[in-house]
Ligand binder design. Structure first.
Ligand code: COA
Length: 171
């Protein structure tokens, strides 16, 4: 792990900072894969910072820091589903998401999960692929009347839970 990256649990006072990271991350890092309308629909939940913070507080949420400042975050819904994973564009490709996922995978295993799954955005798919997640199915999600594509991906955590074969005909 990049030694300058710190990890800590989410705190209620992080909400507005993480809202800003979420918006910047989607607007800049997902711009090549999604339209302006799709990005607006994706970021709409950030309009209500209190609700956004409540969602993070209700999940296992980790915050990644550089010099104590939040630069990314990840959350797990239940024991075996990554819900959110967002990195500040200024520090992209420096191992922040890798550090967050390393920790989430270890925590999920410790909480009894046999696998971890994620509905990966098109821009995050290469990240999850190189971590050993395989594509299970293609989804089209309706966000306030705007359709977005993503891919359910899954990684076995325990030796007795081999991933089902990746679908050869993703829909
Ligand atoms: C996907 C995302 C979380 C990756 O964060 P990151 O901190 O830049 O990722 P890392 O630095 O840990 O990347 C580790 C490896 O993953 C792969 N990877 C990461 N981003 C990639 C990209 N955009 N294209 C291709 N491969 C990528 C690379 O192999 C990379 O190693 P390298 O930089 O040595 O080549 C980040 O781009 C992001 O926040 N995207 C927008 C929001 C989003 O789609 N979130 C996911 C919702 S499911």
């Amino acid at each position: 792990m990049n030694p300058s990256i710190g990890l800590r649990p989410y705190l209620p006072q992080d909400a507005s900072t993480l809202v800003a990271i979420f918006i910047a991350s989607v607007e800049e890092l997902a711009a090549e894969d999604y339209s302006v309308d799709q990005i607006a629909a994706w970021t709409a939940p950030a309009d209500d910072a209190a609700q956004f913070g409540a969602r993070l507080a209700g999940q296992l949420t980790l915050v990644a820091t550089f010099n104590g400042e939040p630069v990314g975050f990840a959350s797990c819904k239940g024991v075996d589903q990554i819900d959110m994973l967002y990195v500040q564009p200024l520090v992209a490709r420096q191992g922040v998401a890798s550090a967050l996922c390393d920790a989430l995978e270890k925590l999920a295993l410790a909480r009894g999960a046999k696998h971890l799954s994620v509905d990966a955005s098109d821009c995050a798919e290469p990240f999850f692929l190189q971590r050993g997640y395989s594509a299970q199915r293609r989804n089209t999600v309706d966000l306030q009347g705007v359709w977005l594509g993503n891919t359910t991906m899954r990684k076995p955590l325990a030796a007795n839970d081999p991933a089902p074969p990746a679908s050869s005909t993703l829909q």
